[in-house]
Design a protein around this ligand. Structure first.
Ligand code: NAD
Ligand code: TYD
Length: 353
């Protein structure tokens, strides 16, 4: 049995990969273009497994994708490859439409042709699993109920609009062609191997270096946080037990205001890395992100009641593990903070003070 995983060198894809290699007997073919966000060091132990085959390829390269399906004859594909950072999408939206929409279209076409040619029972068992985000549902007020699977789409950023576009394609490929698709919409993830342009790893590394902790706007925007290993477990469960054509919300039951996240993080750092305490003296309010969504919240009752999934980590236990991981892995951190990373930090934060 072989599984394809796209975006396998990224934050969530690499976690899925490491879990699959450690906890199953399957062969994993991992596909990644190794953009700035992809790092083969994130494969961890899975890098050396004889059951892991890495294909350095772009999902928009139709011929390569056809070749990979042909060669490995997968039983399913977990599609995580994407441009994933809202701030970058504001500076350069075209790449988001290209990878997230055209890349997904390319994979859907290749998977559809492959699926049509499969004999039974492999054809009925095949799955195209698309990994999406809660950001496609737009922004909530403090009193709105959490997003459900039936909440209408209202994406507000170039990132979420491009993810919404890809979600609609996946839905249509099931409805029109019968491709057995699965989709998940998940809240904000955090954990080990997270690229340090996103809130939590950026704050950890800035705090360790005594740099300002840049909180956008009034710091009262709310996100729901899920530990990445819990997300990976949810994805594996949906792959095995989800119903084709259905979507599943995945969340952490951990809504937090950004400023509270940063204060909690500072308290954990004070304990695990007391040099530099109190770290919250570094908190600096900066100019807001344009179009900044106020609140996301996820109702994951469907996943819990139908498939029995719940997060295993609380925000506090997950955050502690995350901080400890960054303290223990300076080599990984150094490997992702290239010249390009420094250029991005300058571009995103200049003029915000
Ligand atoms: P990430 O940016 O860390 O990783 C994305 C990976 O995709 C990188 O390894 C990159 O090299 C690869 N990639 C980008 N363009 C590619 C292309 N054209 N061809 C092949 N590979 C390409 O992102 P992530 O946080 O791991 O997110 C993975 C998926 O989960 C995305 O689809 C994202 O929308 C979704 N998601 C993320 C979160 C989150 O909090 N991070 C939450 C919900 C959903
Ligand atoms: P981010 O990690 O970029 O995820 P997303 O925008 O997809 O939710 O940001 C999480 C929250 O943190 C979001 O409300 C923006 C805010 N934020 C800051 O306040 N400062 C920062 O430097 C960054 C990167 C994000």
């Amino acid at each position: 049995m072989t599984l394809l995983v796209t975006g396998s060198a990224g934050f969530i894809g690499s976690c899925v990969m490491r879990q699959l290699v450690a906890e199953t007997d399957e062969t994993i073919v991992s596909i990644d273009a190794l953009t700035y966000a992809g790092n083969p060091l994130s494969f961890g132990e899975a890098a050396h497994s004889p059951r892991h085959h890495f294909e350095h390829a772009d999902i928009r390269d139709e011929a390569r994708m056809r070749g990979i399906f042909e060669k490995y004859q997968p039983r399913a594909i977990l599609h995580l490859a994407a441009e994933s950072h809202v701030d970058r999408s504001i500076h350069g939206p075209a790449e988001f439409v290209s990878t997230n929409v055209i890349g997904t279209l390319t994979l859907l076409q290749v998977a559809l042709d492959y699926w049509r040619g499969l004999p039974e029972p492999q054809k009925s068992a095949f799955r195209f699993q698309h990994i999406s985000t809660d950001e496609v549902f737009g922004s909530l007020s403090p009193t709105d109920p959490a997003f459900e699977e039936t909440t209408p789409y209202a994406p507000n950023s170039p990132y979420s609009a491009s993810k919404a576009g890809s979600d609609h394609l996946v839905r249509a490929w099931h409805h029109t062609y019968g491709l057995p698709t699965l989709m998940t919409n998940c809240s904000n993830n955090y954990g080990p191997y997270h690229f340090p342009e996103k809130l939590i790893p950026l704050m950890i590394l800035n705090a360790l270096e005594g740099k300002p902790l840049p909180v956008y706007g009034d710091g009262l925007n709310v996100r729901d946080w899920l530990y990445v290993e819990d997300h990976a477990r949810a994805l594996r469960l949906v792959l095995e037990r989800g119903t084709p054509g259905e979507t599943y919300n995945v969340g952490g039951a951990a809504e937090r205001k950004n400023i509270d996240v940063v204060h909690t993080l500072c308290a954990v750092l004070d304990e695990l890395h007391p040099q530099g305490a109190p770290h919250n003296r570094l908190i600096t309010y900066v100019k807001d992100r344009p179009g900044h969504d106020r609140r996301y919240a996820i109702n994951f009752n469907k996943l819990e009641s139908e498939l029995g999934w719940r997060p295993q980590e609380s925000f506090e236990t997950g955050l502690r593990k995350t901080v400890q991981w960054y303290l223990d892995n300076p080599d990984w951190v150094a490997s992702v903070r290239s010249g390009d990373y420094r250029k991005w930090v300058e571009k995103n934060y200049e003029g915000r003070n």
